[in-house]
Every structure is written in structure tokens, then in C-alpha cells.
Unconditional design. Sequence first.
Length: 553
Amino acid sequence: MSDVGRLVAGRYRLTEQIGRGGMGTVWRGEDEVLGRQIALKQLHVQPHLALDDLARLYERTRREARSAARVAHPNVIVVHDVVDDVMDGDGRPCIVMEYVPAPTLADLLTDGRTVPPEEAARIGLGMIAALRAAHAAGVLHRDVKPGNVLLGADGRVVLTDFGIAMTADASTLTKTGEMVGSIHYMAPERIRGQKPGPASDLWALGATLYQAVEGRPPFRRLTAMEAAYAIAVDPLEPLRQGGALEPLIEALLAKDPEERPTAEQTEQALRAVLSDTTTTTLPGPSATGTAGPYGPHGDTGGRHATLAGRHTLTRTGPEPEPGSGSGSGSGPGRGPGQGPHRDREAPAGRGRRPRRRVLVTLAVAVAVAATVIGATLYVASNPDSKASSDGAGGSATSSYSPPPLPDGYHLVKDKSLDVSFPVPDGWKVSQRTSETVVYIDGTGLARLEIGVVDPAGSHPMAHFKDIEANTKRNYPGSYRKLRMQKTTLRGQPAAVWDFTFRGRARTFRAIDLGFGRAGQREYDIYLSAPDLEWDTYRPVFDKVSDGFITSAS
């Protein structure tokens, strides 16, 4: 603390160190010219950088800080000045900012603590207002995270560290290949080495909101490399405490930036949560509007999307009573002759375990190379992993050995479908066609359906989207998508779909997994059960999918 009391640039007196991160130290200080308190961020010494690289780093810092100073908004930290600290010998730039005496959201979330969805939505509104102002000025943040969100005593939410994040994360790799930056809040495209845009900041907002309601980042892993791999490849763990925020958070955390809502749509969805609006329809692109400074992700662009909040509409048609044998969990879009219900959107949170992760081909970039190396190391250290290549070049594993039959399950060998799978003891067949077989539990409220599509279409995702479109038309207001995304299973193209729908007396949740190659067979595993008892029934899906065997396996 020898720097306490030191004068920087002949004007700013350092009084107390109040923060320290990977790229710099933050001081509380006194502006002796204007007589006001300030916060001063000073970059750390970078001994591993050559002089030319160091000069570029410092110049980029100055340039980005000056850009950030153009953003004037109550939810954005004010940048007062950019000065050089010549007393340290190398003229490191220092960013002089408004001093806000407030804890950070990270302080509030210490030790896994959470906030209610409504409070998270209030904080999110302040953050999205800051991001909209910055993006309109052509400034990206690149380091949105709980530690950069200040929570003022008067309810003010302030997003800080603008203008520094680009310097911190301009390269996601050091010369030794080590990832740097706030890895848990880096969007997938940044992990792959692609150029970030406003959608990347929105992904980080989604990760921050996820942690606010769940108590942990969405892809927390033991190491930074494993976290990077998970962000780029793994499906999102379903939220347990997201409430009305759940659809928005999952939309923001889409792997593809084009599938995320815009900042304007995000703000509308957050306001809907606070106003208890049941459904928020996000506007599509304007016919005459032009894109903002970063293209289609600016506020004037958009994509048709719906973020469903708390559904109150009921499903047409009765919900079967316990013991009726009609399969109450059939849900929207399912029925005889339709094949397996395509409403998937949930992958492997608890279902497909990390040991079955799939290694995908990532973009050819330095950051991507590190991610692939990390994934390869992970597979090498986990010999049980069934990882394989994705896409056209992928090949299915030659054989698959299912885990031992779980206690309380019996093995079913269905000759008509040419598959075998475990079924919980006590579950009975309630319906059979040439393409599907349906099992229900003793209450009649939980439904397991196994189906085959022969021949398969271009990809299971396309099949799911077709069924979802019919579902939305036939069950308006009843259906709510939680997640739908591509993945792979045992070297084959796959998709997973997680959703809820409203029955006559209760809400159901469902998960649907489809996999298979075009022109061959597509197999589908579907489970639905009362939403309030989902944690009890979800392991059934895990055990059935883990033990599912086809003739080609």
C-alpha cells in the first residue's frame, strides 16, 4: 500500500485501494483541482509483453476509455479523465471515473446467495439501459459481470468498467495459450475467437441474471478451460429459480448470437416481469429501419420472437385424470400418428452427463484452438467420454455400452421399434402405434413416449420446429418453450427440446430428445410430468436416455 497518498498526474491523490482484478487496481482518490472524490483504475504491469505490444495495449486503453466517456447515462459510470502515470516509469494509462460508494452485485451474491427474479429484473433493467446507451454510441463493454454492477443505496444500478474491457479481453489468450478475462461471462462467439458485438454483451447480461437467481454462473466448471468448453458446446442447465425470468435468460444465453433477443426486446421482457405481464411479444425487424452501428443487433434491428412469461391460458381439451390411461402428459402437438412430440429444448443439464460431452469443431482461431485443446485434454482425462466429431465429418461410435440397469427399473426390448430401454417398475403401456409406444406411471400424470421416424428428415431440429409451429397454432397461450437446440448423441445429429404447457388443472413440463441421421432412422425419447414434481420425474428421462439402445448402437 505504498502508493497511498501518492499524486497521479499532478491532480489525483490516491487514498484507498478499493478493488483489484486481473487487469488493474481500482483506487478511491481525491481530485485536488475540483475537490471531489473519484475512482481511479490503474493497469497492472504486463512484464510478458514486448515493448511494441505494451505500447499498443496502452494506446488501446486510452482510446477505449475516451470512447466510453462519450456515453452519458445515469446507469453508466461516468469517465472523467484519462491520464498517464509517469511516476511508475512506463507511463501506464489511468482511467479516472465517478466514485459510487456502493457494493457490487458480486458482493450481494457471495457464497451462492441469490435474489428474487423480480429484483434481478430490476437490476437487469438498469444494466440493459446502460448497454443500450453504450451500443448506441458504438461502445461495447466486453466484461459485463456481477463484479461490474454497482448497487446504489438509492436503488441506482450502475454498470462500470466501460472502456477497459476491450483492453482486458482484446486477445482472449496470452502468448502461453492461457485464457484471460472473465471466462464465465464470455459469450460462445468470443470463446471461438469470433468478433464480438452487442449480442455478446447481452449474453453476458444473461449469464449475470442467471447467477443472480441461481447462485452460480451458468457454465461454472472446475477450470477456466473446462468452462470455456462448456460455454461453447454444452447445453444450458435448466433454471430452478428463474420464475418469470427463465425464458428471457435462456433466450439471452443462446449459443448463436442471431438467436438472442435485441437490447430493446430484452428491456421489454424485463419490464413485463416487473409488471407481472403474462406474455411479452418481442417485435420483429422494422421494414424501413436501419441497423445500428453494429448491424442487425442494434436496437433498430430485431427478430420475431416471443418470450413467454407466466401463462394463464388453459389448454383446449381435457386433462386426463389419474388412472385414465390416456396419458395426461401428452401435451401440445402429440397424438396418435404424429410421431414423437417435438417440443424439445433441454439437453443435458442433469440428463446428459459431462462424461458424454460431444466435441464440436470450432472456428479456426487462436481462442478456438485453446478451447479445442481444453476439450481434447478433458476427453483424454475421462476415458468414459463418448466424444466424437460433429457435423458431416462426424462418425458414430462403433458401439455403445449402456450403464447397469438402475434399481427400480426393468429392461424393455421393443421388437416393433427395434430398440431397448429401461422403464420404471410399475409404469404401464397406455398406447401403442407402429411408430410409438407410451408408458404412464400409476398416477396417470407422467408420460414416457418412445418413437421412431423412418426415414429421418434433414435434422431432428427441423422436425421439432415443425411440431412446435403446429403446437403454437393449436394451443395458443398454453405452450412455453424453455430451450430448443442442436447437439449430438453418440456421434449422430441430435436435438433437445424442453418446454411447459398448461393442462386443465395444472402445468406440465416436458423434455424431448431426438437423434438420427438424415435418410436413416430418427429416434425420439419424450417425458412429461407435472411441473411442480419435475425434479422427481426428470431422472426417469436421464435413465431412459442413458440406457437407450438401437439395433445400430
